[in-house]
Design a binder for this molecule. Structure first.
Ligand code: MG
Length: 398
């Protein structure tokens, strides 16, 4: 079987309410829906970050992938730039990820096997997911608007009763650390049996991070992990030396060339895998092998994936024995999906798809609808908050 064509359709799907984070606001998600055609009439689908740059990158990749067998993901990765990182000819990791996803979907369909089977086999048939807790601006119909500890506890109660979550993750870096500390304190008091993570997306200075750690210690608050309290490998390494809490990252160590320095500097304890950031299933598997060798933990990052990417995350999670933490997902914050049977949480878990390939089908009506929205509104820009353009959260606080 040979790849004969590749096509990209961008979509924008809104959030129920705008999600706040340290560098801006997420009002929705812009994604690229990828289709690869083959000479046997099988079409593989993939999904990755959307927007002009990605569309151009995939178009640029086209001459290098036509004629490949969809199982030839090693050649695909080699040709598209894993071994020429830093050169302008390299296709960005997130574009490679979407193409590889579509390749393996086509291969799985041809072989009548789910992708997790092609990745080495599933060690689990369902994947636990954390309750992703955001401070939200108020959306349509009065949804959202959380800005106090009481409101966040109430939102958490709602999510737990609706979806059965056990693990909690607070997206911080939005309000002054002192205010967020109180939210963390109240969450742990109200849900003492729930592992709790806190992710300020590198909003704090080294000094602020050290103050937060001292306060957590003084109040006997044990987090499951603290995610990216401060920025870059050096900052994380400085703070981590003083921490008894494990440090996780999806910011300072997100690419192959950062693994060696990050490990040498002992900047993190847990690397959050990501089908997109790391450049696909195979690159995540390579990264996890390094984590095994150096006794680093493995979790999984989320950044507003729709159903195709969510399926990919579940296949990777299913085939990753090293993954020991509940994965993140934005799924419950999005108003709609572009697959025919959207995923359902069961007791805080997603079932791993078992059909051939990714095991999901595209809902073309919704693709058309949200492609229209993309054409009307353009790409979602999450790196800005017009309501407070000069927000500087890194000042010392206590
Ligand atoms: Mg993060």
């Amino acid at each position: 079987m040979k790849i004969t064509d590749i096509k990209v359709t961008p979509v924008t799907v809104p959030m129920e309410a705008p999600l706040r984070w340290s560098m801006g606001v997420e009002t929705g998600t812009t994604r690229a829906i990828i289709e690869v055609s083959t000479d046997e009439g099988i079409t593989g689908i993939g999904e990755t970050y959307g927007g002009n740059a990605i569309e151009h990158a995939i178009e640029a990749a086209k001459p290098y992938i036509l004629g490949l067998d969809p199982l030839e993901t090693g050649i695909l990765n080699h040709r598209l730039g894993v071994f020429c990182i830093g050169y302008e000819t390299a296709v960005p990791a997130v574009a490679r990820a979407g193409i590889e996803m579509a390749f393996l979907d086509a291969a799985g369909k041809a072989l009548n096997r789910p992708i997790h089977s092609l990745l080495g086999g599933a060690v689990r048939d369902r994947v636990e997911t954390a309750a992703y807790l955001f401070f939200r601006y108020e959306g349509e119909g009065g949804i959202g608007g959380e800005s106090t500890a009481e409101e966040m506890v109430e939102r958490t109660e709602e999510l737990i009763s609706r979806y059965g979550f056990r693990v909690l993750k607070l997206k911080g870096g939005v309000l002054p650390p002192k205010v967020e500390f109180e939210v963390v304190r109240q969450l742990q008091k109200r849900f003492p049996d729930s592992p709790l993570r806190w992710d300020p997306n590198a909003a704090w200075s080294v000094e602020t991070s050290l103050q937060v750690l001292r306060r957590l210690d003084a109040e006997n608050i044990e987090l499951e992990y603290l995610e990216d309290p401060t920025w870059n490998l050096e900052g994380m390494s400085l703070v981590r030396k003083a921490s008894t809490i494990p440090f996780a990252t999806n910011m300072c160590l997100v690419a192959w060339e950062q693994l060696a320095p990050g490990i040498q500097m002992r900047s993190v304890d847990i690397i959050l895998s990501d089908v997109h950031f790391w450049g696909g299933f195979r690159q995540n598997q390579r990264m996890m092998a390094v984590c095994d060798a150096f006794h680093l933990g493995v979790g999984m990052h989320s950044d507003r994936e729709l159903g195709i990417s969510t399926a990919a995350m579940l296949h990777l999670a299913a085939a990753s024995p090293s993954l020991v933490y509940a994965i993140d997902s934005h799924y419950h914050d999005q108003v709609a999906d572009i697959i025919t049977q959207p995923f359902q949480y069961k007791d805080g878990f997603f079932d791993v798809p078992q059909g051939p390939g990714l095991g999901v089908e595209i809902n073309w009506d919704n693709v058309e609808k949200y492609n229209r929205l993309y054409r009307e509104q353009g790409q979602v820009n999450e790196f800005y908050d017009t309501r407070r353009p000069n927000w500087v959260p890194a000042l010392p606080i206590f």
